[in-house]
Write a protein that binds this ligand. Structure first.
Ligand code: DLL
Length: 433
């Protein structure tokens, strides 16, 4: 198994710490000298870049958040003059307003390097034909994967998202071997391919690079089985870089973090206290090499856990588990905390359920109610309402035991819920206020 940057991906212990500390110093000096909004926060805490003498001192630094980007929209978070910025991207803005980020030429080089690392880790090589079915635009997915895969030397097909027939025409005509998209879109293509008579098993498709939204192991299994590929996960966010922060190797045992470019911490989202490896909490990232928009202790809102156990692939960096969900996606239903990912996991344990669902939250009087709309497979769907009711009750009983809260289930015909070429919308919140 090839490692893209053997030296940097196998750094550990004091060597890694020395590099991180030196680069952290540069990040702090950059935000300080550029007088970004973070400088004021450091001053309020009585800190200067000189206050951080060891990596442990990082814990004394204040957090930054997505709201900092919103309040300083569009360019207030930048640490370089606009003439050094050669590109901008923005977060997809599914929750709240858009956040804008900039890249220097150096940032774009780093970005391509980090995408090349995880693509290589997933098994992508020069002779691969990689179809990028992420939307190209302000979203970081399209351009991010594009340049990283070019760097690997793969033949990149900038298909962009949507237009299902074009996706299959390109796969067929060009012999696509690597599919790049959200897991939701991959599922959609798996279904559509079946309907169009596309034979995945005899196609050259062999690797999926999927990311940008949470997806359970159940969804991974379905994609792998229906497409006959290995489906890998990769993670990132616009405020920190875009894709490339972490990604799985072929062993699929957590996403390898580019620790020479980011410091990752996991905190208790309620208290802000740092948690030990193995404990689940909110991921906090500090950039070490970002020039245009360095961020310090950025609260990602994503729930995960870290491990530093060495991986069988030979990389020695820390790995993060699949993202469980976002802190702001947690639903509190009659006092019980429920994450969409738990609902997804429980649903997929039921034979005959398709991985297309929507969680509908409503309020009746004082009480919150949870309803789950979910598609069933062709084999299960029936016009007989008694049969369907019986099946729905089985799913409800399973959800109750998995979530500890009652959810009513509304079964939907195959292919009836909206499909998205990008990130799936999983929650419809009808509670007012
Ligand atoms: O989604 C960057 C990206 C593009 C990552 C392509 C991977 C592949 P944003 O639009 O700013 O950037 O959204 C970032 O998406 O905070 C997570 O909540 C979620 N997210 C990204 N990757 C994953 C993943 C891109 N692999 C937000 N698993 C993040 C779960 C993910 N959630």
């Amino acid at each position: 198994m090839k490692i893209w940057n053997e030296k940097m991906e196998t750094l550990t212990g004091s060597e890694l710490e020395a590099l991180q500390l030196e680069r952290l110093g540069r990040t702090l000096t950059a935000v300080w000298e550029a007088r970004t909004p973070y400088r004021a926060r450091m001053e309020d805490a009585g800190l200067t870049p000189g206050s951080v003498a060891s990596l442990d001192d990082l814990e004394s630094l204040p957090f930054s958040r997505k709201t900092d980007f919103r309040e300083n929209y569009p360019f207030g978070m930048m640490a370089v003059p606009l003439d050094r910025v050669v590109r901008v991207h923005a977060s997809s803005g599914t929750t709240g307003s858009r956040t804008m980020v900039g890249y220097t030429a150096g940032d774009l080089d780093t970005w391509a390097e980090l995408v090349a690392r995880f693509a290589t880790a997933a098994g992508v090589v020069e002779r691969d034909v990689a179809q990028v079915s992420f939307t190209y635009g302000l979203f970081t997915g399209g351009f991010g994967l594009h340049y990283g895969l070019e760097k690997v030397g793969a033949t990149v097909v900038p298909a962009s998202g949507g237009n299902t027939e074009l996706q299959f025409a390109l796969m067929r005509d060009l012999g696509t071997t690597v599919l790049v998209s959200t897991p939701t879109y991959a599922l959609h293509l798996a279904d559509a391919g079946r309907a169009l008579g596309f034979d995945f098993q005899s196609s050259g498709l062999r690797i999926g690079l999927f990311g940008a939204e949470p997806w359970s192991e159940g969804i991974r299994e379905r994609i792998e089985k229906s497409m006959g590929i290995i489906a890998t996960d990769n993670y990132g966010l616009s405020e920190v870089l875009g894709p490339g922060v972490s990604g799985e190797c072929e062993l699929k045992q957590g996403m390898h973090l580019a620790e020479d470019h980011f410091i990752a911490e996991v905190i208790d989202p309620a208290t802000g206290q740092r948690l030990a490896d193995g404990e689940t909490g909110e991921l906090v990232l500090t950039t070490l090499t970002r020039e245009a928009v360095p961020v310090v202790r950025f609260r990602t809102g994503d729930l995960t856990r870290l491990t530093r156990e060495p991986c069988g692939c030979g990389r020695r960096n820390a790995r993060m588990s699949k993202v469980l969900g976002r802190t702001d996606d947690m639903l509190i239903i009659r006092g019980v905390n429920v994450y969409p990912s738990q609902v997804e996991r429980a649903l997929l344990e039921v034979e005959g359920i398709e991985p297309h669902y929507l969680i509908v939250v409503d309020r009746h009087g004082e009480l919150d109610s949870l309803e789950v709309w979910v598609e069933v497979s062709e084999g299960v769907f029936s016009d007989d309402t008694r049969v369907m009711r019986g099946f729905a009750e089985r799913v409800e009983a399973h959800l109750k035991s998995a979530l500890n809260v009652r959810a009513s289930v509304s079964l939907k015909e195959p292919n009836s819920l909206e499909r998205s070429p990008g990130k799936a919308k999983r929650i419809l919140d009808r509670r007012s206020g």
